[in-house]
Ligand binder design. Structure first.
Ligand code: IMP
Length: 199
């Protein structure tokens, strides 16, 4: 598989963009959504991470003509049958407890739903959908771990304070950001995409 000279990463998140630019710097120019003047509220209505990543990448290709890749991430908790999963960003909002993207409320609902659970195993999973040269590809990155009973740490974002990766003593929110980024689900999905590129 080959990447084009210019590709859009369907995000406006400055951290994600910088991370991806650092990794792809010699291979291609990476543009954000705002850099192609895309200010659309891209629908994320699919019921899977794969589906949502594909919706975003296809939207950019169809409306703006650029080859594109998009990511979607979810926290999948064993005792909750994979929830919050595709609804991770709006878990508390889904049960009427908050607005979208309220991390504290999301963690509160998660810990409440896990009250008394003995199996607290969980994983972060990222799917990247890539449209390049008329073809669609998906790549996956996972980090297994467990959900603690109380939050710890103040770095990171989202569910980081309650997630401790397997084999680690610290939660994602207690780790140095460089360490988290080097082992994250997103990084692993990106590495899977890079591994499939031709030299
Ligand atoms: P997105 O697909 O990257 O926007 O992620 C969806 C949601 O999953 C976010 O709003 C967060 O709640 C959660 N999430 C994604 N990545 C992480 C992470 O690295 N740490 C903690 N939570 C995350």
């Amino acid at each position: 598989m080959k990447l084009p000279e210019t590709i859009v990463f369907a995000t406006n998140n400055a951290h994600k963009l910088q991370e991806v630019r650092d990794i792809l710097k010699d291979r291609c120019r990476v543009l954000s959504l705002s850099e192609i003047n895309c200010h659309d509220d891209i629908p994320e209505t699919a019921s899977t991470l794969e589906g949502n990543a594909l919706l975003k990448a296809r939207w950019v290709k169809e409306h703006y003509g650029y080859d594109c890749f998009a990511d979607d991430t979810g926290l999948e908790v064993e005792a909750l049958d994979g929830a919050p999963g595709v609804k991770s960003a709006r878990y508390a909002a889904c049960c009427g407890e908050s607005t979208d993207h309220d991390s504290k409320a999301n963690m509160r609902v998660l810990l409440r739903n896990l009250t008394g659970a003995t199996d607290r195993s969980a994983r972060f999973r990222t799917v990247i959908a890539l449209i390049s040269d008329g073809k669609e590809y998906t790549f996956e990155g996972k980090v297994n771990g467990e959900i603690l009973e109380t939050a710890a740490g103040s770095d990171g974002f989202g569910y980081d304070p309650v997630f401790r990766p397997e084999g680690e003593k610290l939660t994602f929110a207690e780790m140095a950001p460089e360490k988290k980024n080097a082992m994250s689900h997103r990084r692993r999905a990106l590495d899977a995409m890079l591994a499939s590129l031709e030299d």
